[in-house]
Write a protein that binds this ligand. Structure first.
Ligand code: ATP
Length: 300
């Protein structure tokens, strides 16, 4: 196959609990992750002459070099199947905002694994690809499987949950991007203030929002899904950027059942079940009217 096209959906976090800081510097989390119908589109084209992995795309705010997660993903794929001297161009048509808490880079990386696997006649199993995904980044395995998943450890361990259909509005302040690493570092300074050489666990009872939302999904109860949305990282981001609270307040005041920051932010999403004219209220923001989907990256 000379050319493969892959659709790579964004993710939101219905819950995100930061459980403890690990000796390796990462955090153990428990998060209910959900794929939504906002996509980047990748086109992978085999190169006849060049032996390099080259990148191109429609957005100037991502790197088109070896630091792009698509490049890392392609390199790992070729290493794994022991193919040297194979050149591909990867074109990234980006719609998912960058550094926005929507796993844009991770979903592209997952898309490259699936796309190259298709192009080279499926040398890797899903299990092989999951192992590569975990090496690229914490959210890449989720993006590979997609739908609704309970993610644990660094986020790479998954347990599938059934997907319920509902509308999700995503709003991002145009000029604001947050680095995942910075938000976790701030969170750690506030909530795990030890210089961790060993595991520190938050003491005391935790609200079981993740389990409550899983129950709500099983009961088809969108009101309860909205009620139990939670994100520990929001505590940090709200203190840094007033805009995030403003977006939440506005989404709720115009009829969303609830609204919360996604991942490490700054995107905020709202869940709703009535007609709402979001354009009227969010001129000047990046805005995406989406719905939940039950799969991750796919060939199209
Ligand atoms: P997450 O929700 O997984 O924490 P995010 O949505 O907050 O991720 P990304 O959009 O994945 O953040 O971007 C994070 C960083 O990765 C940016 O600084 C960006 O330059 C870099 N990056 C590398 N490759 C890509 C890519 N293909 N798409 C988007 N960002 C990329």
């Amino acid at each position: 196959m000379e050319k493969v096209k892959v659709k790579t959906p964004a993710k939101i976090n219905l819950t995100l609990e930061v459980l403890n800081k690990r000796p390796d510097g990462y955090h153990d989390i428990k998060s209910l992750m959900q794929s939504v119908s906002l996509y980047d589109f990748l086109t992978i084209t085999k190169q006849e002459v060049s032996k390099d992995i080259t990148l191109s795309g429609n957005k100037s705010d991502i790197p088109y070099d070896e630091t792009n997660l698509c490049y890392k993903s392609a390199k790992l794929f070729f290493e794994k199947i022991n193919l040297k001297d194979h050149g591909v161009n990867i074109n990234i048509e980006k719609r998912i905002p960058v550094a926005a808490g929507l796993a844009g880079g991770s979903t592209n990386a997952a898309g490259i694994l699936v796309g190259l696997n298709e192009m080279y006649n499926k040398p890797l199993s899903m299990e092989d690809m999951s192992q590569l995904a975990a090496k690229i980044g914490s959210d890449v395995n989720f993006c590979l499987h997609g739908g609704t998943q309970l993610a644990t450890s660094r986020g790479e361990q998954l347990k599938p949950i059934s997907t319920l259909d509902f509308n999700v509005i995503i709003i991002k302040p145009k000029a604001l991007s947050l680095s995942t690493k910075d938000i976790y570092t701030k969170y750690s300074e506030l909530f795990f203030p030890h210089n961790a050489q060993e595991e520190f666990v938050v003491e005391g009872p935790k609200f079981q929002n993740t389990e409550l939302i899983i129950n709500a999904i099983n009961e088809n109860n969108i009101e309860n899904i909205a009620l139990f949305l939670s994100n520990d990282l929001e505590k940090v981001a709200l203190g840094m950027y007033e805009q995030i609270q403003d977006i939440k307040n506005k989404l709720i005041s115009i009829g969303c059942l609830n609204a919360i920051m996604s991942g490490s932010g700054p995107s905020v999403f709202g869940i709703y079940n009535t007609d709402i004219d979001f354009y009227e209220h969010f001129a000047g923001y990046e805005m995406f009217e989406t719905f939940t989907i039950d799969k991750g990256v796919s060939i199209y």
